[in-house]
Design a protein around this ligand. Sequence first.
Ligand code: ZN
Length: 275
Amino acid sequence: MSEPIGLVTSAASEKLLVGRRTEHVPTPWGDAPIELGTIGGRDAAVVLRYGQKLTTPSHKINYRANAYALRALGVRRVISQNAIGSVNPAIRPGDIVVSHDVLDRTKSRPLSMFDEEECWVRVDMTHPFCPDVRRVLIDAACAHSDRVIERGVFCCTEGPRFETPAEIRALQIEGGDIVGTPLVPEVVFARELEMCFASLAPVINFGAGMAPAVTHFGPGSMNDLYYTGGLHALIETILEQAFKAMPATFGCACGKALEHGFHGTRPAWLTRMGG
Ligand SMILES: [Zn+2]
């Protein structure tokens, strides 16, 4: 298998992920089930972040195991698919956002891959998302949709509940554009493991207070729009194209994130990964 491209998502259809098989990758935080196969003819390693049956809420995801497993499989580039809500009234359900920045409003998640080690890791987040993977996603999305928003501030909240109207107003004042729950710490751990990472985010609802209600399941809900309204199929088409277009080498600095951000002793597992 060549260097697989990583995908972190909620569901991957048989059409998207071809030749699918599950590999349980051992990590210091327990085994991580990773779906292997090909997407767009390229080797793929896919994390179904909410579990095979969508029973793991965002605040209970084993984020460190998932990130470690991808890196252990040789992944250097990760696409995160995030169906999200809008905070900015100009961004509407059906739009597709490729964010350029992050606002972390989580409360109780692991902060670093290195919390149990004798070291201090302080990675640069001037560009939280890899500019090169962002460009691949923007190009692939624009080829299939005229509703692509090429910049946006992704607000990550703790969940599992939805935000209140006051919280959405606060996020608006703070400069947020979209809101979702699992992006942090995924984006942080990718950087700490020197993997390129960017997010493709279809908008499936307005935030609380911007619409009569925010409904997750059932008729007229955000899941209804996403899975039966054609948006999920469109996103899979874009992902397939992005996998096909992913270049072998990049000019970004993601692969050197620890060079000026690591103080202390490198753990043996990091050295084994070539970090
Ligand atoms: Zn990069």
